[in-house]
Design a protein around this ligand. Structure first.
Ligand code: ADP
Length: 420
């Protein structure tokens, strides 16, 4: 590529510019390589090797925050074996990596040993002498998950602002790859666990069903009925864990097809209407037919969850209204999307609870004791809508009712007038 030196900033010559471009090109290549593995060990080794290469340093290491304990731990270093590092926890207070993790900013230290935040234990154990270093945070979705450190510039060259930029860009890419690998590991573990749990749970379910068919004293029947209900709940929970793990790790495969969302709403209402009738709750459906492009099975799961909740958290004799319509750009949403609403006349959800309602395991304290549930349904529904490129929101007033609204992409051939 021919470059016009006059177009470059005054303080940068053509050679430096070429080096810079080569570095960025290499960074792009490394980023692609990082995303090609989901094995955490391989990934961490690649990141530390890339950090030394890009910053022209002798060593680099990666410290990750343990999601369970909040502690920082050495996970990989370009010059060390895994077993040597695992022995070195690094304190959040009183270490440079801890400082960077807490402040979320890069930090360049020209003379490590005179810095009061320098944590010397690692050098002592490994026999390394750290002279200077650059530490940058690893951030994913605004959350710091660790720190990448590059140590000792080769030939004691000076550090540049470009080193800071390149290592920061690498750390951001690395953070996403680490997060994906962790979720992948987790979902593999959960898949195995769910599989292992299913067999004893099926046996429990069959035994309680058998027991209930035999003559039992009233109090015994009551106990076995509780056992049966709880076994059912455990089975549901294991399936939910698996769903969530798959959704979070990006392993959910969507079977996208075009279908009429109003038909699906009707189908879901038929599934739950006997439960609504038990509490004298009426369900009505409004809106025009509209063809969405989505995974029908997954959207059915979303609708069934919203409808079941609208029944569970409704008052006796209450009302549930479902609606679907097409939106255009003026409606403050992405163009060409369908809006689906499930409204109830139930207990309502306070402003504070609304902030947390889509979190895993969150159940509103005032209703948790009166109803059974896991607190996972809404977080799954939220993520299912999210992986379709849609959004889910809640509006509610305590004592009046709640409306859950979500959007889905519509089929392209459909006009916004709603005819299809
Ligand atoms: P679960 O119903 O299993 O507890 P969800 O994730 O589906 O779990 O819902 C989380 C919590 O949100 C529920 O425990 C309940 O407190 C609250 N909630 C959900 N839907 C409604 C609703 N329509 N009205 C009032 N509260 C609701």
């Amino acid at each position: 590529m021919k470059m016009d030196a006059q177009l470059l900033p005054e303080d940068i010559n053509l050679n430096t510019y070429r080096q810079l471009m080569a570095r960025y090109a290499r960074l792009m290549e490394i980023s692609r390589q990082l995303n090609s593995t989901l094995d955490l060990g391989t990934l961490l080794n690649r990141i530390s090797a890339a950090a030394t290469e890009l910053t022209e340093t002798q060593e680099a290491s990666i410290l990750l925050i343990d999601p369970n304990t909040g502690e920082l731990r050495f996970e990989a270093a370009s010059n060390l074996s895994g077993s040597a590092m695992e022995a070195i926890p690094v304190p959040m207070e009183g270490s440079l990596a801890g400082w960077v993790a807490k402040h979320g900013e890069p930090e360049l230290v020209e003379d490590a040993r005179s810095d009061s935040r320098w944590f010397g234990d690692v050098d002592k154990t490994t026999g390394t002498i750290t002279r200077n270093l650059l530490a940058v945070p690893m951030r994913v979705h605004n959350q710091i998950i660790g720190v990448v450190e590059a140590m000792n510039k080769i030939h004691d060259k000076p550090w540049t602002s470009d080193d800071v930029n390149t290592l920061s860009a690498l750390a951001d890419q690395a953070a996403i790859a680490v997060q994906n690998a962790r979720l992948f590991q987790q979902s593999d573990f959960i898949a195995e666990m769910v599989h292992e749990l299913r067999t004893p749970l099926a046996a429990l379910k069959a035994s309680t069903a058998l027991l209930l068919r035999s003559p039992l004293a009233d109090n015994q029947r009551e106990i076995v009925t509780i056992m049966q209900g709880e076994t059912e709940r455990l089975t549901e929970m294991t399936t939910s864990f698996l769903d969530l793990a798959r959704l979070e790790s990006g392993r959910t495969r969507l079977k996208i097809e075009a279908f009429n969302i109003l038909d699906l709403i009707q189908e879901c209402v038929r599934v739950v209407e006997h439960r609504a009738a038990e509490r004298q709750i009426t369900i009505d459906i409004a809106g025009r037919p509209c063809t969405v492009e989505a995974d029908r099975g997954k959207i059915k799961q979303v609708l069934l969850n919203l409808l079941t909740n609208a029944i569970k958290y409704n008052r006796e004799g209450g009302l549930i209204s479902c609606a679907a319509d097409l939106l255009d750009e003026g409606d403050n949403c992405p163009p060409n999307c369908a809006r689906i609403q499930v409204r109830d006349t139930g207990y309502g959800i306070s402003q504070d609870d609304q902030q947390r309602i889509f979190e895993k395991f969150y159940r509103v304290a005032s209703t948790a004791n009166d109803t059974t549930g896991t607190g996972l349904g809404l977080s799954i529904a939220y993520r299912i809508v999210e992986v379709h490129g849609g959004q889910m929101e809640v509006e509610s007033e305590v004592g009046v009712g709640t409306v859950f609204v979500f959007t889905l992409p519509v089929a392209e051939r459909q006009s916004l007038r709603g005819d299809y």
